[in-house]
Design a binder for this molecule. Structure first.
Ligand code: PHE
Length: 462
């Protein structure tokens, strides 16, 4: 087949792709979300399920998503439409692209609000607000931030504008360079924080919480959350990685790049957990404190360690960058589509998309204050105490992304010919290709389906 090129351009090299995709994968999911959902779901067993999901579902699905993107070389909607046509399949596959666009919008709407918290914390740490504070003091600083809608809206707005500006300039602009330095820097700061955690006196306890699996503590819903998080943290199931794959140079090895991205992402999440839980236990805090967990724990460390104001502000700045490089991948599929089909330029497309997501984000802002008692699905037991933000997160991470990922896997495995896959992955028809085929054809679809059915109570395992 003659090889296509994307009208939006191409990454300058396979390394740039690895950086960009790692930039998409490593974000709030690793540092904010992973620790708090681990805390809420009892620790070790949850972490083990999550790691298993990364290895047997996440890695093969990521390969499939990059493969489809590179073969289609268009926005996910057009890629799905085109590949379905090329492989002689049903045109309805393009709706998978649309579902991804919808998930991206919903995720960005709350992602930007939480990234706004990190922005606010950058300034607070730099100003020395946490210096010498007790755990209680740090907790009340957090509460006063989230109970103030005006402040939250300000930070949310700033973050959304940052995201829109970068997307408007094209993915190859500034961020490509920024990611190159900022990701390694984030990594080093996390290691410094783990070093601090080693001296809290509760390091052992933190590690046990993270790594000793106690299966009594995990529920069917917990397994679904672990699997949903595997998709979320690797940016899978909505087209973000597919659209990045569409800019990947033809020669690059999809299998090798995928493994690198998955390892980097997992290591960052585990380091975050190893930094946070010792601080939680040393200060008698609750591991299940919820979305505020890192904002109520890490500032304690920064308030006590020498140079904490400097380290702390650098840390939150890097967290903002990590969130930034993820956020741009959330709207890139939509923006690429608007450029391809609606005759818009990137600036206009990014502005519309950013504005819509911003508006939706207000629902999340209010979930933490004036609407904190609004529980739209209180008639269902599982959702009884979930706010609008909780529901948005649940719907996207635990339903839309796994379902999107499942369909991507099914398309790659059963609708695309073996020959097309071999050609696009550029692998030898040997052991690794066969393992991938088995994982993507059987293991991923069956595992995702079982976890779903188990969570809604149609079957019961364990
Ligand atoms: N992977 C990102 C994170 O962990 C979030 C994300 C999800 C980005 C889906 C793109 C698509 O923070």
């Amino acid at each position: 087949m003659e090889k296509r090129e994307s009208i939006h351009g191409q990454w300058s090299s396979r390394w740039v792709f690895v950086l960009a995709a790692t930039g998409s994968a490593v974000g709030l999911g690793n540092i904010w979300k992973f620790p708090y959902i681990t805390g809420e779901n009892g620790g070790g067993a949850f972490v083990l399920v999550y790691l298993l999901c990364i290895a047997v579902i996440g890695v093969p699905t990521m390969m499939a998503e990059i493969m489809l993107g590179r073969r289609g070389r268009r926005s996910p909607i057009n890629t799905m439409r085109h590949l379905a046509e090329e492989e002689g399949r049903n045109g309805a596959w393009k709706y998978l692209g649309w579902a991804g666009v919808a998930a991206g919008f919903l995720i960005l709407s709350y992602y930007s609000v939480i990234a706004g918290w990190a922005l606010a914390y950058f300034f607070r740490t730099a100003a020395g607000v946490f210096t010498g504070q007790t755990a209680d003091g740090v907790g009340s600083i957090f509460s006063s931030l989230i109970s103030d809608p005006e402040r939250l809206i300000t930070w949310h707005t700033i973050f959304m504008v940052m995201t829109t500006v970068v997307v408007a300039r094209g993915v190859k602009g500034g961020l490509e360079k920024a990611v190159r330095y900022l990701m390694p820097a984030l990594f080093i700061l996390l290691i410094i924080l783990v070093g601090y955690a080693m001296n809290t006196g509760a390091f052992q306890q933190g590690l046990e919480f993270l790594f000793t699996p106690n299966f009594d503590k995990i529920t069917a819903d917990g397994v679904l959350i672990a699997m949903g998080h595997a998709f979320f943290t690797l940016s899978l199931g909505m087209g973000a990685i597919m659209v990045y794959g569409s800019y990947l140079p033809q020669k690059a090895s999809i299998a090798k790049t995928t493994v690198m991205i998955a390892i980097a992402d997992t290591v960052v999440a585990l380091l975050a957990g190893m930094a946070i839980f010792p601080i939680v236990f040393a200060n008698g805090l609750e591991p299940g404190a919820g979305p505020g967990l890192i904002f109520q724990t890490l500032p304690i460390a920064f308030g006590q360690m020498p140079g904490g104001e400097l380290f702390g502000s650098i840390f939150f700045m890097l967290l903002v960058f990590a969130a930034w490089s993820s956020a741009i991948s959330l709207i890139e599929p939509m923006v690429a589509y608007q450029v391809e089909n609606m005759g818009m330029n990137r600036i206009k497309a990014a502005s519309w998309t950013g504005m819509t997501a911003w508006l939706l984000g207000l629902a999340t802002v209010f979930s933490f204050n004036i609407w904190s008692e609004v529980k739209p699905l209180s008639m269902f037991e599982t959702f009884a105490d979930k706010t609008i933000f909780d529901l948005l997160d649940y719907l996207t991470s635990n339903i839309m992304l796994p379902l999107g990922g499942l369909l991507i896997a099914l398309f790659a495995a059963w609708q695309m010919s073996r020959a097309s896959s071999l050609d696009e992955l550029a692998m030898k028809d040997g052991f690794f290709f066969k393992v991938w085929r088995v994982l993507i054809r059987y293991v991923t679809p069956v595992a995702v389906s079982i976890v779903f059915l188990n969570a809604i109570g149609l079957i019961s395992i364990g």
